[in-house]
Design a protein around this ligand. Structure first.
Ligand code: TXA
Ligand code: MG
Length: 308
C-alpha cells in the first residue's frame, strides 16, 4: 500500500523531521516549496529526484528574517537596500555566494539565490532550525506550482515525508528574482515585486525579463497543464473563440479575473482544475502588463508553450 504523507499544522514536528534529513513541503506567501536543510546533501539530492529536476538547476535558499547576510552572500549596497525594503517578502536576490553555501545547492555556480519568506508559519519553522532551507516549488519539473497543501498532495503524494499546511498562498506566483551580481540589476523572473517597485526604491532601471529565459531551469515551456493554453489580449477575442469551440463541441475553460491579484491567487488552481475536468483548451485572457500582471503574462506564456 502506498503511504500517504501527513498534512499537518504542527511546525515543531516539521522542524524535527527536517533536522533528521526528511523532505517537507512548506507554505510560503508565493507558492508551496519542497524543503530540506541546505547542509543535508542527501535530502537535497532527494528533492531533485522527486521533482525530476536536473541537478545543475540551482535551488533558492530560504533564510530566517534575522539571518546574517554576510554568512551566505556578498551583498552590494543596492542588494542591501532591496533586502531591507522587501524582506521578508516575495523577492529572491541573486548574489555571489560565500564558502558556507554548498555546491549541491548552486549546481557549482559562484552565485546563490537567497530569499526571506514572509509566511508566518514558514518564518516560525526557519526559527526552529539551525540552518537555512532549500525550497524549489513543490511540483514535478515543468508542471504547475502548488498554492495549497492539497495541490502538493495530489502532485507529489507519498514522495514527500510531510506537508505543512499554512492555508492557501497569499500571492499565488513565485518570487521575483533579481540578479544583483553585476553593475546593472536584472530581473531573471518577474513576480509580485515589479521592476517599477525596484526602480522607485533604487532609482535604477532594469529589464523585466519577459520573453527571455535567463535563470537556469526557466525554459520556454513551464507551468504547463496537460490542456492546451491559448492566449488572448481581450475578453472579446476569447469569447469569440469560445463560441467557435462550443459549435465544434470542443471542451474549454475560460480564464480571466478582472482583479489582477485575484488572477494571481487563482491562476495555478484554475490550470489544475482544467486538467481535473479534462478540458481540451484553456482560453486565457492576458492581464495588463503592469505590476504583478507582468508576472502573470510570463507564466501564461510559458504555460501556453507546447513542447514538440
Ligand atoms: O517563490 C519562490 O521563489 C518559490 C517559493 C517556494 O519560495 N520557489 C521557487 O523555486 O520558485 P524554484 O526552484 O521553483 O525556482 C527557482 C528559480 C529557478 O529557475 C532557478 O534556476 C533559479 O531560481 N535560481 C536559483 N538559484 C540560482 C542561481 N544561483 N543562479 C541563477 N538562477 C538561480
Ligand atoms: Mg518552480
Amino acid at each position: 500500500m502506498t503511504r500517504v504523507p501527513q498534512i499537518t499544522t504542527d511546525v515543531d514536528s516539521a522542524a524535527t523531521l527536517l533536522k533528521n534529513g526528511a523532505i517537507v513541503a512548506i507554505p510560503t506567501e508565493t507558492v508551496y516549496g519542497l524543503a530540506a536543510l541546505v547542509h543535508q546533501e542527501a535530502a537535497v539530492m532527494r528533492i531533485y529526484s522527486v521533482k525530476g529536476r536536473p541537478t545543475h538547476h540551482p535551488l533558492i535558499v530560504h533564510v530566517a528574517k534575522d539571518f546574517d547576510l554576510d554568512k551566505w552572500g556578498v551583498f552590494s549596497s543596492t542588494a542591501r537596500l532591496l533586502a531591507s525594503e522587501f524582506w521578508p517578502g516575495p523577492l529572491t536576490l541573486l548574489v555571489k555566494r560565500t564558502a558556507h553555501v554548498p555546491d549541491w545547492v548552486t549546481g557549482g555556480r559562484v552565485t546563490v539565490a537567497l530569499r526571506v519568506p514572509q509566511h508566518p508559519m514558514c518564518q516560525e519553522l526557519l526559527g526552529l532550525i539551525p540552518d537555512a532551507l532549500v525550497a524549489p516549488s513543490a511540483n514535478r519539473f515543468g508542471r504547475v506550482s502548488p498554492t495549497t497543501a492539497q495541490h502538493v498532495l495530489s502532485d507529489l503524494g507519498s514522495d514527500v515525508d510531510l506537508i505543512l499546511d499554512g492555508g492557501p498562498c497569499d500571492i499565488g506566483v513565485e518570487s521575483t528574482i533579481v540578479d544583483c551580481t553585476k553593475d546593472s540589476l536584472q530581473i531573471l523572473r518577474p513576480g509580485a515585486i515589479s521592476a517599477m517597485d525596484i526602480f522607485t526604491l533604487t532609482g535604477r532601471t532594469l529589464s523585466d525579463g519577459i520573453g527571455e529565459s535567463r535563470a537556469p531551469g526557466m525554459m520556454l515551456s513551464h507551468y504547463s497543464p496537460t490542456a492546451i493554453v491559448e492566449l488572448y489580449e481581450s475578453q472579446d477575442e476569447a469569447l469569440l473563440r469560445a463560441s467557435q469551440l462550443s459549435e465544434m463541441g470542443t471542451t474549454y475553460q475560460h480564464l480571466y479575473f478582472e482583479n489582477v491579484n485575484e488572477y494571481a491567487l487563482r491562476l495555478y488552481d484554475e490550470l489544475r482544475m482544467a486538467d481535473i475536468k479534462g478540458v481540451k483548451i484553456v482560453l486565457a485572457v492576458l492581464p495588463e502588463p503592469t505590476g504583478i500582471g507582468i508576472a502573470l503574462r510570463d507564466r501564461l506564456k510559458k504555460a501556453s508553450h507546447r513542447q514538440s
